[in-house]
Design a protein around this ligand. Structure first.
Ligand SMILES: [Zn+2]
Ligand SMILES: [Zn+2]
Length: 82
């Protein structure tokens, strides 16, 4: 048996099960917290490190709402009045 390392789960990519993300409230781009990016590279908006209401960390890069309190992460659309 020489394939034991190939068949197992890749332990290196599992970051202790505590991987979380920072999220841009403007374009909803998610960045793994481990990258230490603080601002969105698309629009310069400061990334959310967690829910602004209950401080819960964002555990999914696809999260658009807080899993704990339902607060929307996206900024309200602000369209310029014509
Ligand atoms: Zn952005
Ligand atoms: Zn929350």
């Amino acid at each position: 048996m020489d394939g034991s390392s190939k068949d197992g789960f890749p332990e290196d990519s599992a970051v202790g099960g505590r991987l979380h993300y920072r999220l841009c409230p403007h374009c909803l781009r998610a960045v793994p917290a481990g990258l230490n990016e603080r601002y969105c590279v698309n629009d310069g908006t400061r990334l959310l490190e967690g829910c602004p209401v209950c401080q819960r960390s964002i555990s999914s890069p696809y999260a658009h709402f807080c899993a704990a309190c339902g607060h929307p992460f996206a900024l309200p659309a602000r369209e310029e009045p014509r």
